[in-house]
Design a protein around this ligand. Structure first.
Ligand code: NAP
Length: 499
């Protein structure tokens, strides 16, 4: 498929033949691909924000039904991209076909779910309410007030490398903002620029078919950070949807905090997703559970924000550790999404290896130098509490088994945890009741509490909450998955009296 290699601003592919360029990279072969992309320029960022500002004035007025039609048409156009989309993304990410087909289905489903809520005039979200007036109320009359919601304005979206569809150019934040009536400017992730271009082509076709104002969507290709900071600094931008690392979110927040007008950054960040195995599992259950957790860890080669990174296991559960070691030792190596992620993985696991309070107990095969091997470490619950390094996310296929000697040690370890996207607790119904206090304490650490199930896999539905206390996200009250994500891009407006 022919690629422009350009940014897309307000209905036009930019002609920027003079500027800086970058190539897309193929992690599977560890080589650059021939496709070349032009870095968006400062002038193009300004053009994107100005056209989004203009488009907002008309886009916010179109009916919910028309917006639903627009989202459904985008979903249709993504389907039309067919296998070319999957093959392009396989080259850019080395993610397997089956995984990408599943993620594409989820992304299309997400757009259709928002369209359905719009068709129902947002009533499933139960947003609005009315207080009847009362002229006779004493000592003063009560006014008639009605709460409604309006779009927040232009939204800048940053995607992550590990979800090239569901958390990228056409991911949840873009779908939610467009559903809310907000124009979107995507700063495309440089790890999959051709995928970004194909998704943008689908949006472009839908814009033209549905008669949507051009400036409603722009996509800026780029691998240089000044571009991102210029975008979030622009006074036209009223909210930022971000999925990625804590380091990048912190850098963007610093720029946002220097703005005259503060704006929200909805950052969906990393997490170690603690797995808590309660006492009372027999040898067979321990082996099954350990194998399930290794399978969950190696899914996507540890590159899920919900990957299980820390496993709390009773000290006496030797069958758990034995089974986990066996499963890790036969796990295959694979590439990581970007060379940057691979370097950080190596650096962080080297730090663990040199740490006196933690031991490497199993390592999978390493078939190529540019692959990452699965690694399993163990430490005591006391050491886990004392050493912050052991509590931080390592993005990639690495997990730590934290052995606890008794309930008190587990309670302390849970208290030491930072905010998390998810946590899972494994135990019989009786054990779960017995440990109500630990479970209550855990519920104040996470956005999703899971019982007897692994954390990988996030259902797109109304009751889903994907977010959590900092540092797993920057807004504990907001979800990035499910139709309630629309709320982050709407703001309340109270209408008093009548006109
Ligand atoms: P990343 O490196 O933080 O990249 C995300 C975006 O931020 C990219 O567009 C990147 O552009 C930009 N960026 C990076 N550093 C920046 C800086 N200093 N200033 C401005 N922009 C900057 O994240 P990633 O490697 O793609 O994704 C992996 C991380 O995302 C993991 O921590 C994972 O847990 C998290 N994640 C979270 C969720 C969730 O829903 N909570 C979902 C998926 C992934 P450049 O590449 O040009 O730097």
């Amino acid at each position: 498929m022919k690629l422009y290699g350009q940014s897309y601003i307000a209905g036009n592919w930019q002609n920027n033949q003079q500027g800086d360029t970058f190539n897309s990279f193929c992690p599977g072969t560890n080589e650059y691909l021939p496709a070349m992309f032009f870095e968006a320029t400062e002038a193009q960022v300004r053009r994107a924000t100005a056209s989004a500002d203009r488009a907002f004035k008309s886009y916010r007025r179109i009916s919910n039904r028309q917006r639903a039609q627009f989202l459904s048409t985008i979903a249709d156009e993504v389907t039309v991209l067919g296998d070319a989309l999957i093959e392009t993304t396989m080259l850019e990410t080395n993610l397997p076909r089956q995984r990408l087909e599943g993620e594409r289905a989820r992304t299309i489903g997400q757009l259709r779910a928002f369209a359905e809520v719009l068709e129902q005039e947002l009533t499933p979200l139960n947003l609005n309410c009315v207080d009847e007036g009362d002229e006779t109320r004493l000592p003063i009359a009560k006014p008639h007030t009605a709460l409604t919601h309006i779009p927040i304005g232009v939204v800048a979206v940053f995607g992550a490398s590990n979800f090239p569809y569901a958390f990228s150019t056409l991911g949840g934040d873009t779908a939610a903002a467009l559903a809310a009536g907000c124009p979107v400017i995507v700063k495309a992730h440089p790890a999959h620029p051709a995928t970004n271009e194909l998704m943008t082509k689908a949006i472009d076709k839908a814009i033209k078919q549905c008669g949507i104002p051009d400036g409603v969507f722009s996509m800026l290709q780029g691998s240089q950070h000044p571009l991102s900071h210029q975008l979030v600094k622009d006074p036209v931008v009223k909210a930022v949807g971000f999925t990625g690392s804590l380091a990048a979110a912190t850098a963007l927040l610093k720029t946002i905090n220097d703005r005259k007008e503060p704006i929200p950054l909805y950052g969906e960040l990393g997490s170690v997703n603690p797995q808590i195995v309660l006492t009372g599992q027999d040898a067979h259950q321990q082996s099954i559970l350990a194998t399930q957790l290794v399978n969950s860890l190696v899914m996507g080669h540890g590159q899920f924000c919900t990957s299980p990174g820390i496993w709390f296991v009773p000290e006496e559960d030797i069958d758990f550790e034995r089974a986990a070691i066996n499963a890790v030792e036969v796990a295959h190596s694979d590439t990581l999404l970007t060379t940057g992620i691979l370097q950080t993985y190596k650096k962080r696991t080297d730090m663990l290896r040199q740490h006196p309070n933690i031991a490497l107990v199993a390592q999978g095969t390493l078939s190529k130098q540019y692959h990452a091997a699965v690694q399993l470490y163990t430490c005591s619950a006391d050491d886990f509490v004392q050493h912050k390094l052991l509590q931080e996310e390592i993005f990639g296929p690495c997990a730590i088994v934290v052995k606890y000697r008794d309930e008190e040690a587990l309670v302390h370890a849970v208290e030491a945890l930072d905010g998390q996207l998810t946590a899972s607790v494994y135990g019989s119904a009786d054990k779960l009741h017995e440990q109500a206090e630990i479970i209550e304490s855990l519920s104040y650490k996470v956005g999703r509490l899971i019982f007897n199930q692994a954390p990988t896999g996030v259902e797109v539905c109304m009751s889903m909450n994907h977010g959590g206390p900092f540092p797993s996200s920057t807004d504990v009250k907001s979800t990035s998955v499910g139709t309630r994500a629309i709320l982050r891009f709407l703001r309340p407006l109270c209408i008093q009296g009548g006109i």
